[in-house]
Ligand binder design. Structure first.
Ligand SMILES: Nc1ncnc2c1ncn2[C@@H]1O[C@H](COP(=O)(O)OP(=O)(O)OP(=O)(O)O)[C@@H](O)[C@H]1O
Length: 204
């Protein structure tokens, strides 16, 4: 099922940031979001994921099919890597964590408390959770932060495999992941601020 948004307007902190947005994300498709800092990439991903309501417009096809990975790794620091993965596997009703351990090369770290991992290792653990969700639509906000080049390639492989299985991915990133993906520039959708009141009239 395709995720779609029509005539979307979104806000952050009470300020309208993007408007007149239309987009679709079909099974097997990847969409890369680009735009300068502060344009509204995170706000758009949060809105599509249902973490905040849109100001206007409609979103269809989301329901319980989205796995969202934001800026935080969302790991439990006192649990080991294996315990973290088992926790998520139980949450999502997945029987084995092996695919997560293998795809993000976490086996050597399996017994390490997650809080004792490096930043890049924590990010690999956070991203590996996607593979346990069974969710078709991955919504990812700057997923490669802290990853080295080999881990970025590992992540891109995981996304490619997901797309090959009929999944889809929307990714805010400033780097080239080497994916066969459509790129959407958000600049043209920047909200136009409303005109200021006529102050002169107030002091007449
Ligand atoms: N917690 C917040 N409260 C109020 N305003 C916020 C908050 N977080 C972000 N904003 C503002 O909302 C606007 C959109 O921010 P957003 O984080 O969506 O941009 P972004 O494109 O993801 O930026 P970046 O590339 O820096 O991550 C910006 O003008 C920002 O200053």
């Amino acid at each position: 099922m395709t995720l779609s948004a029509s005539d979307l307007a979104i806000s952050r902190g009470g300020v309208r940031v993007l408007e007149n947005l239309n987009l679709t994300l079909a099974p097997g498709q990847a969409l890369i979001l680009r735009g300068p800092n502060g344009i509204g990439k995170t706000t758009l991903l949060r809105t599509l994921s249902g973490l905040q309501p849109p100001l206007a417009g409609t979103i269809a096809g989301a329901d319980d099919r989205i796995a969202y990975a934001g800026h935080s790794d969302g790991i439990k620091p006192t649990l080991t890597v294996t315990e973290n993965l088992n926790f998520w596997a139980r949450v999502f009703g997945t029987s084995s964590i092996q695919v997560a351990l293998d795809s993000f090369r976490l086996a050597d770290l399996a017994d390490r408390p997650a809080g004792a991992l490096s930043a890049g290792q924590k990010r690999r653990l956070g991203l590996s959770r996607l593979l346990l969700t069974g969710r078709a639509i991955w919504i990812l906000d700057e997923p490669t932060v802290s990853l080295d080049t080999s881990a970025i390639a590992m992540f891109a492989d995981a996304v490619r495999a997901h797309l090959g299985q009929g999944g889809s991915a929307m990714i805010a990133t400033h780097i080239d992941l080497g994916l066969d993906a459509e790129v959407m520039e958000l600049g043209p959708f920047k909200a136009v601020p409303p005109p200021l009141d006529d102050f002169d009239g107030a002091f007449a």
